[in-house]
Design a protein around this ligand. Structure first.
Ligand code: UDP
Ligand code: MG
Length: 250
């Protein structure tokens, strides 16, 4: 079976989000009436995330779960999802319910004549000084460095034509620049305003230190973009898969 759409979601210590996430995603994908798979990537969680993922997988053949041997980071989780995705379209989303699956149909609609469709959390529900303000500056600089002006590179809710992300050699942290990296393989980029919700369960995995890393990355963004499409030799090991389970048809 080759699904039309692969939804890739990273989860790290998100036990309370697994069930509601699964239900929200499933309701939206069913209503779309297109074939799909949900690739849920457990990035080395130490709470009950994996058993809960295994439980939803056991009852739904649309679900595939990848479990890392330890925490490798969000980029690694997306990269593993991209590598295993079978769909023509790849939808990415966070796993903490801050992104709203109800936006997916609109993004997919715009994707019919684009290669990359990015969510824009115009009314973002995160702290202003520590999260929103640094993000405005970073996005402005990223637009200058990459030539792809976007309001919100950091929104995980996106749709990619599979061909523009599968070949990318991703280094840690690079999920933040996916539009810039992927645009080298297909440059029709669109931006769509999406809903953003406060976190209800669990905690954010990032603090202010992330901002410093982003500044360093932006300075050498052109080099990072080149490396993502031109890297030669063996790729550094970004992740190690401990286990993969697939929902069997009943
Ligand atoms: N995440 C992950 N590995 C990590 C850090 C985060 O898989 O090392 C996942 C996390 O579980 C969530 C998504 O990436 O589904 C976004 O993380 P978070 O909500 O902490 O980021 P924020 O919304 O605060 O920027
Ligand atoms: Mg979040």
């Amino acid at each position: 079976m080759t699904p039309d759409i692969s939804v890739v979601v990273p989860l790290y210590d998100e036990e309370s989000n697994v069930e509601p996430l699964y239900h929200e995603l499933t309701a939206v994908m069913r209503a779309l009436d297109r074939s799909y798979e949900l690739i849920l990537v457990d990035d080395g969680s130490r709470d009950g995330t994996f058993p809960r993922l295994a439980a939803v997988c056991a009852r739904d053949p649309h679900v595939r779960v990848i479990r890392f041997s330890r925490n490798f980071g969000q980029t690694a989780a997306f990269a593993a999802g991209f590598a295993h995705a079978r769909g023509r379209w790849i939808v990415t989303s966070d796993g903490d319910l801050q992104n709203d699956p109800a936006d997916i149909p609109r993004l997919l609609d715009v994707a019919r004549d684009h290669d990359i469709v990015c969510g824009w959390r115009k009314y973002r529900k995160d702290a202003y000084l520590t999260r929103q303000l640094p993000s405005v500056v970073a996005n402005w600089l990223l637009g200058i460095a990459s030539g792809i002006p976007l309001h919100d590179n950091g929104c995980s809710l996106k749709v990619f034509r599979a061909e523009v992300v599968k070949p990318l050699a991703l280094a840690p942290g690079m999920h933040r620049y996916l539009p810039a990296l992927a645009s080298q393989l297909g440059g029709r980029v669109a931006e769509v305003v999406v809903n953003h919700r406060p976190r209800r369960f669990g905690r954010s995995k990032y603090g202010l230190s992330r901002t410093c890393g982003v500044v360093c990355d932006i300075v050498r963004l052109r080099q990072l973009m080149r490396q993502a499409v031109e890297r030669t030799g063996p790729a550094p090991r970004l992740y190690e898969i401990a286990e993969m389970i697939e929902g069997a048809p009943h």
